[in-house]
Write a protein that binds this ligand. Structure first.
Ligand code: HEC
Length: 367
């Protein structure tokens, strides 16, 4: 799953610079230069393909930065008529999925985000890059909450964290600028990391080995514009064995008294009937080959995250050690396993009784 979701832009302001400071004139010309027009500050027109919503406290409009290489799919900022270079100013944030549940284990809740975006011309020339890095530890690290969520407080689980005020100088000739996410890195306390672009575990292994650890080998992802080929390739041949080892690691078993075993047994029957066509086998996913994906509508989940990926679809999440990592779904919209079951019951019209739903939750807790 490509997660350039971790980027938000807010409060875009244009600051055209005075012509006199920027244009070069032929020295031979005797005529006096025309008077420089006064600098003007304006809010430009911004086309946001995936708005996140409005901040409860700041009242800022937050816009997700999609990752990709096609300027037409980015956040497109149209500059007003101008002379001379233009200064484009905006705030860049990271994007954290917050839940009260997750805060019960402060260490597990920790995340450090490093995100890189590119400002491009519409014919795909890089004008500049911008970076925001921030750490999330407690709710106080959230810059704001975004209204429009389904929860009781009416705020979305996704919230801006960190803030970097960015100024980019856009050359005079450009009338539009596109912002696209280039790279996102999320470091967690347990050492796990997530990167932009999607692919099976071996994709990430190769990415880290070649581009992060300086290993000698090949890694290429046209969607990210990365193409490294260091010969002889010492990485590729080791990927299958490494992936096999990673898949062999056992999921931590649920604590013995954390679920009702008899109910879980009944819940398994419900699961096999309604869930197993996608959550297949021991791992609980039909994506073991890395290819099978589902359109957001198939599971009734928010499609905004998928829209940021190359395939515009979700992988069936493996159901391992579910008890360990609420909230659920990509957007963290289900705070508990009961929320997950209620969600499926509603969007798939399963007509499960209250007992069946409870049993299914116990079964999920046991996985
Ligand atoms: C059409 C295929 C499909 C069916 C049927 C299906 N799922 Fe899913 N499931 C998915 C996909 C795809 C995701 C990832 C969606 C996301 O993360 O937003 C997912 C995510 C989940 C998650 C979140 C796991 C996590 O760690 O975040 C749980 C739990 C889950 N499903 C349980 C169930 C249960 C219980 C049922 C049956 C009632 C079910 N699923 C039926 C495809 C399916």
């Amino acid at each position: 799953m490509r997660v350039a979701s971790a980027l938000l832009i807010s409060s875009v302001v244009l600051w055209p610079m005075a012509v006199s400071a920027q244009t070069r004139r032929a020295p031979a010309k005797p005529a006096a230069p025309p008077p420089a027009p006064a600098t003007q500050v304006e809010t430009p027109e911004m086309k946001c393909p995936t708005p996140l919503g409005v901040g409860v406290n700041t009242e800022r409009e937050f816009c997700d930065v999609l990752s990709g290489r096609d300027p037409a799919s980015g956040i497109i900022i149209t500059l007003p008529p101008h002379r001379g270079d233009v200064k484009l100013m905006f705030d860049l944030h990271n994007r954290h999925t917050y839940s009260e549940e997750q805060m019960k284990d402060k260490r597990a809740a920790y995340a450090r985000y490093t995100a890189v975006i590119g400002a491009l011309t519409m014919d795909n020339t890089l004008i500049s890059r911008a970076v925001v890095q921030s750490e999330f530890r407690t709710a106080a690290d959230l810059l704001d909450r975004v209204s429009g969520g389904a929860g009781p407080a009416g705020v979305k689980a996704v919230a801006p964290t960190g803030m970097e005020s960015i100024t980019i100088t856009v050359p005079e000739a450009e009338n539009q600028v596109s912002m696209l996410g280039e790279k996102l890195m999320v470091d967690r306390a347990d050492g796990s990391q997530t990167y932009t672009a999607e692919g099976p575990i071996s994709y990430w292994n190769a990415y880290v080995a070649v581009t992060q650890m300086g290993g000698q080998g090949h890694f290429s992802d046209p969607a990210l514009g990365i193409n490294v080929a260091l010969d002889p390739d010492l990485v590729t041949s080791k990927l299958p064995a490494l992936a096999a080892y990673q898949h062999s690691l056992p999921a931590p078993p649920p604590p013995a008294d954390s679920f009702d075993a008899a109910a879980a047994k009944r819940g398994r029957v419900v699961f096999n009937q309604h869930c197993m066509n996608c959550h297949v086998g021991v791992d609980g996913t039909d994506n073991n080959g890395g290819n099978k994906l589902h359109a957001p509508a198939e599971t009734g989940v928010d499609g905004a995250y998928a829209a940021r990926t190359v395939n515009k679809a979700y992988r069936t999440t493996p159901l391992r050690a579910l008890w360990q990592h609420p909230p659920y779904f990509h957007d963290g919209s289900a705070a508990t396993l009961a929320d997950v079951v209620a969600h499926y019951n509603r969007v798939k019209s399963l007509a499960l009784t209250a007992d069946q739903q409870r049993d299914l939750v116990e079964y999920l807790k046991s996985r």
